[in-house]
Design a protein around this ligand. Structure first.
Ligand code: PHE
Length: 347
């Protein structure tokens, strides 16, 4: 009996002394494992006289249970301590100041496009899109720019080896839209366009918004009224508009639209200095426009665009240029460099 009390006392000491779950398990194996001391005691029962075995077995089992209970109690305690330690180590201090988060913002060119889309949307213009890779017919031919026409030379076109090209303007969407649906129609077509041209006011990729309205009896007065209203909505009601005769193969008559310079307010001067953006004229060119040339309708005639029955106006504006002028940015390349210090100023 004494033997067993001794064993139990030693086992309990070791159990209490084990500082972690790994150590505790070693103690368990030492006492209760296959070759453990209490297991050995049980095995030695066979050497006792039969009459003594039940009593001795009962005592060993009681000792074993006591050790098992102590192991279990210590295991729970060590587990609880481990969880507490993990909680302390990974503690979240809700009183610490936050790390702050970077807020994104829309690119100034996107902001300008969305404003223009919303404005024409309210006036009943749908939004149309077309592919950036075009073929000669949509980009030139159907727009009354035949081969060898000098206007082609002005476009600095990027060509693919197979003869297709990167569209040089959004005007091909006029043709695609008229082929897709009949008159009447009023739409704007925003998108990227490409020209082989690169300096502080030109980028090889830039953005245009095309406008097209076709119905019976559309007049140049409709064009003027629509664009005058649009410019006032975009730049403020004090802006004045001014149409100057121009030439585009796909419109006749054609015009360039000027608005009073945003920088100098039309005076041509900035303090004592000449105003550079408007070259001292007080006017800034913002877009090209005109009445759809009957030759263009000829290409889509079968879709309800008989040039004798319908008329229309079209315009095309450079979105980057408008954003540049509106914000007084002096180098177009800032718009395409993705420098957050520049872009954050427009958030
Ligand atoms: N497509 C012309 C350009 O890129 C602009 C324009 C569009 C002019 C529609 C008249 C009518 O310069």
């Amino acid at each position: 009996m004494n033997d067993h009390a001794d064993l139990v006392a030693r086992a309990l000491l070791e159990i209490r002394a084990s500082a972690d779950l790994g150590g505790l398990d070693e103690v368990r194996v030492r006492w209760l494992g296959k070759k453990g001391e209490l297991t050995a005691a049980l095995k030695s029962l066979g050497a006792l006289p039969v009459a003594e075995r039940p009593a001795a077995g009962g005592r060993i089992n009681a000792a074993k249970e006591e050790v098992q209970a102590a192991l279990e109690a210590r295991r729970l305690e060590l587990e609880r301590r481990q969880v507490d330690a993990e909680l302390v180590a990974g503690r979240i201090d809700v009183t610490l100041p936050g790390r702050g988060e970077e807020r994104g913002a829309l690119h100034p060119v996107t902001q300008a496009r969305l404003r223009i889309e919303a404005l024409f949307g309210r006036a009943g213009f749908d939004i149309a899109v077309g592919p950036e890779i075009e073929d000669d017919f949509y980009n030139f031919g159907a727009l009354n720019i035949p081969e060898n026409h000098p206007a082609r030379a002005l476009h600095d076109t990027f060509y693919f080896p197979d003869g297709r090209l990167l569209r040089t303007h959004t005007s091909p969407v006029q043709i695609r839209s008229m082929l897709a649906r009949g008159a009447p129609l009023a739409l704007i077509a925003p998108g990227r366009v490409y020209r082989c041209d690169h300096d502080i006011t030109h980028s090889p990729m830039f953005h245009q918004i095309e406008g097209l309205a076709v119905d019976t009896n559309i007049t140049f007065g409709d064009l003027k009224g629509t664009l005058d209203h649009a410019m006032k909505a975009l730049f403020g009601s004090s802006v004045k508009t001014h149409f100057r005769p121009s030439f585009f193969p796909f419109t006749e008559p054609s015009a360039e639209l000027y608005v009073t310079c945003f920088i100098c307010g039309g005076s041509g001067k900035r303090g004592a200095d000449p105003c550079r953006p408007c070259k001292q004229t007080g006017w800034i060119e913002v877009l090209g426009c005109g009445m759809v040339d009957p030759n263009v309708f000829e290409f889509v005639k079968d879709n309800g665009y008989d040039p004798k029955k319908v008329s229309g106006f079209a315009f095309g504006m450079g979105v980057d240029r408008l954003a540049l002028l509106k914000y007084g940015v002096d180098d177009l390349q800032y718009f395409f460099q993705g420098d957050v210090r520049f872009l954050q100023q427009f958030s």
